[in-house]
Design a protein around this ligand. Sequence first.
Ligand SMILES: N[C@@H](CCC(=O)N[C@@H](CS)C(=O)NCC(=O)O)C(=O)O
Length: 240
Amino acid sequence: MIDLHYWTTPNGHKITMFLEETGLKYKIFPVNIGKGEQFKTEFLAISPNNRIPALVDREPKGGGAPVAVFESGAMLVYLAEKSGKFLPSSGASRYDVMQWLFWQMGGLGPMSGQTNHFKNYAQEKLQYAVDRYVNEVNRLYGVMNKRLADREFLAGEYSIADMASYPWVVPHERQGQNINDFPHLKRWLDTIAARPATKKAYEIAKEVNPNQGGIRTEEERRILFGQTAQSVAAAAQGAR
Ligand SMILES: N[C@@H](CCC(=O)N[C@@H](CS)C(=O)NCC(=O)O)C(=O)O
């Protein structure tokens, strides 16, 4: 049984998509990041970066003490190795998956996150910042589109690299992108959207958090934006 510490955001969806694909047994522990639950001592013990998602595997492969993992990319590798699915165990095809997974973790995820911040959440509109991140996401969509021109998925077969990238392409409109400019990416998006496991993962998100739709209140903005080492330490004291 896997404990999944989760909230209903793109990085959270990656893991429910994987778990639903494989049928591994798991239990969701919601961490409402808009309420500051990511600063709780118990959560920080497994996710020291105060970010979701994180997991605790109570029955690790080969036995032994429970294993805790944070960072969605590391979690996907961990779960793929546990289940023997969606990541080849050796050879060039393994590194094909790895390179696209790391590409998502270092590029598509952070750049899309910044686009969302400056375009949709920042109260002060900084055109330079909006353009910089919208353009960078546009470039990254172009990279995926080219890659997908002659193969079905990013690393050939459906893999953890696709599961990592998909939730960050779903909100293409909010990222200021026209998906029709990227026909191969659109085909990939539609193919993954139609998978029963993807549908289930997004249904679960609605059940856990019926009030989807981003950060709305002043309180949520205060909790999520402008965090510093000191503010996190203070929040952790308060959230004990
Ligand atoms: N690189 C991390 C990023 C995780 C991340 O940014 N999570 C966001 C939600 S998508 C979060 O927990 N935010 C809480 C906060 O900002 O305090 C991963 O992929 O796991």
